[in-house]
Ligand binder design. Sequence first.
Ligand SMILES: Nc1nc(=O)c2c([nH]1)NC[C@@H]1CN(c3ccc(C(=O)N[C@@H](CCC(=O)O)C(=O)O)cc3)CN21
Ligand SMILES: CC(C)C(=O)C(=O)O
Ligand SMILES: [Mg+2]
Length: 265
Amino acid sequence: MAAMTIAKLAKMKADGEKIASLTAYDASFAKLFAQQGVDFMLVGDSLGNVVLGESSTLPVTVNDVAYHTRAVRNGAPDAFVMADMPFMSYATPQQACQEAAKLMRAGANMVKLEGGDWLLDTIRQLVERSVPVCAHLGLLPQSVNVLGGYKVQGKEASAAENTLRQALALQEAGAQLLVLECVPSSLAKRITEALDIPTIGIGAGPDCDGQILVMHDMLGMNSDYLPKFVKDFLAEANDLAGAVDLYVKQVKEGSFPGPEHSFKG
Ligand SMILES: Nc1nc(=O)c2c([nH]1)NC[C@@H]1CN(c3ccc(C(=O)N[C@@H](CCC(=O)O)C(=O)O)cc3)CN21
Ligand SMILES: CC(C)C(=O)C(=O)O
Ligand SMILES: [Mg+2]
């Protein structure tokens, strides 16, 4: 298959074709996901939870993400690979540029950073230096100690307006994708309609331009906690390839996520 690009993801939004994405951490799964038509992969700092067994993403380092990014790249040479910038690796624009370079050298096509207004200058500097950026709003797992838990964000009208405003500012600063995590479906829909860049939802309802899940969650391997947005696709399939195929199919046809995987309000 021809290599996926940011331009093709943008065209998918324009054409109304849903984007199906999964996290990936190693070469073998990256190869399977590419074969099953996953549009892009994220080397998430969720590797802290699902690979390292930590209870949050905070202990994850840039070297950890770079190591797994290299593995994913080796397994899927033509895939579009996004890498998470871990906690406190982008505290200043200069630090962000230096640390992003390590992820790009490891094979990433784009980096993802959690946050809004405080990141605008950082995003401008990354983009000016040829590092494509995905922004991330809503529930920010790296801020769990401030948020006091993994809770739905943007429920109050003022918080929803603030999130929409920040989404527009992130796009203006040069972000080319936006992940929306754990926000009411109605807010994700408004943001998706307001933005030119694709939105990728996780717990953000069916109206985002695409969806992402942690691969272990969609294979029924998350036993510690079960967020509402998770669906076990392996339970309805015969094997790993079938589970990934079903996920891609249900995202593309718009049957996943359903109301039972989404937050109202
Ligand atoms: N395996 C795994 N999957 C993930 O999606 C994930 C990680 N790890 N690690 C980093 C963060 C943590 N995430 C989480 C964790 C828990 C909830 C959760 O339980 N949310 C409640 C919301 C309750 C409410 O506010 O109403 C839920 O019921 O879904 C959500 C996201 C998402 N990320
Ligand atoms: C859940 C996704 C969006 C993520 O950031 C991760 O896997 O780390
Ligand atoms: Mg992450």
